[in-house]
Write a protein that binds this ligand. Structure first.
Ligand code: NAD
Length: 333
């Protein structure tokens, strides 16, 4: 499927560095870059939320190397064609337990990766987030919306960190002429979502709870909405944004624009799993956005891309992976 998109011509023989490459999205992207023929891929990852299992199949190939270090402690490097900054601690549990590390990955970490891009004369891609819009008042949210963010709330280490990362990225473009691109990623799910974070992110939490026939826990009344994109669709979008000739300096929303309530999501996962779990409502999380749905018209136009995996089909594949690899099958019955 990747080769059909004509992406190999741009990747074959190139040198790439990916911070956060042992994580969920990072490891899918590293797999894709490897399959497309990248000559060398350096992964910078301290395995804070990522897993060595996600990349171990590549480490013996001689083309992929892991630097196990917090990216903010790395000396900027030279000699890359593409620099991709994905290192982050993107789950709500981490915002509470590791707010300082969460901010450092986006502040000093972004600086190190931008310096690497500047020294290498490389294309730079930042994986930002829909969280920069905060509790958006405009839904579907276009890239032109500036956001409604609490700078000192419990999520601020993540969303303000990413807002700073975006500001530093455009500053490097303006001052040093670095070729930058920013992806504002909306909720993405699929195999390799960290099962250990199953009590933080909504899709792995619901799947693990449903597989174990434990109560499926919803924060608030479940009427809040999200839009969920399957990981293979997201991987293609990220590659297209990285490789597109006319995307220098562009900021693009990436995600699926099909909006569902969290209660609908819980019921769909229960149905796919065939679970006996009851649904339990917990107090709402502070500053939890009420609606989240991307306006992806820019991605459609600029990248000639759109998500093609329906939510049910993507969840079926994800549940299958959790049953097989995340110990989720042991308790079903
Ligand atoms: N998955 C989503 O729904 C989603 C949504 C919006 C944005 N994003 C962004 O996409 C990127 C990847 O997210 P993901 O979902 O794969 O999360 P993930 O937690 O699976 O991956 C993040 C990776 O970064 C590593 N990391 C964290 N702090 C680090 C540090 N200081 N130094 C080096 N490595 C560090 C982790 O070990 C992990 O491998 C992140 O930038 C995230 O903000 C993801």
């Amino acid at each position: 499927m990747l080769k059909e998109q004509g992406l190999a011509d741009f990747v074959a023989g190139r040198r790439v560095i990916v911070s956060g490459g042992a994580g969920f999205l990072g490891s899918w992207l590293v797999d894709a870059l490897y399959m497309l023929g990248a000559e060398h891929i350096t992964i910078v990852d301290n395995l804070a939320t990522g897993r060595i299992d996600n990349i171990s199949h590549l480490l013996g190939t001689g083309r992929v190397k892991l630097i196990n270090l917090p990216v903010e402690k790395l000396e900027p490097l030279k000699g890359y064609d593409f620099v991709i900054h994905m290192a982050a601690r993107p789950s709500p549990e981490d915002y509470v337990e590791h707010p300082v590390e969460t901010l450092l990955a986006s502040s000093r970490g972004t600086e190190v990766m931008l310096e690497t891009a500047r020294l290498s004369d490389a294309v730079f891609l930042l994986t930002s987030t829909s969280e920069v819009y905060g509790d958006a008042e405009v839904v579907p949210t276009p890239e032109t919306y500036w956001g409604k963010v609490n700078p000192i709330g419990p999520r601020s280490c993540y969303d303000e960190g990413k807002r700073y990362a975006e500001a530093l990225t455009v500053a490097y473009a303006r001052q040093y002429g670095v070729d930058v691109r920013i992806a504002r990623i909306f909720n993405t799910y699929g195999p390799r979502l960290d099962p250990g974070a199953s009590y933080a992110r909504v899709v792995p939490r619901f799947i693990m709870q449903a597989l174990r026939n434990e109560p499926v826990t919803i924060f608030g009344d479940g009427k809040q909405t999200r839009s969920f994109c399957y990981v293979s669709d997201m991987t293609i979008a990220l590659l297209k944004l990285l490789l597109c000739g006319k995307c220098k300096g562009e900021v693009v929303n990436l995600g699926n624009d099909e909006e569902v309530t969290i209660l609908e999501l819980a019921n769909l996962i229960k149905e796919i799993v065939g679970s006996r779990s009851e649904i339990v409502f917990l107090p709402p999380r502070e500053d939890d956005p009420k609606r989240r749905r991307p306006d992806i018209s820019k991605a459609r136009r600029l990248l000639n891309w759109e998500p093609t995996t329906p939510l049910r089909a993507g969840l079926q594949k994800t549940v299958e992976w959790f049953r097989r690899y995340a110990g989720g099958g042991a308790h079903v019955g």
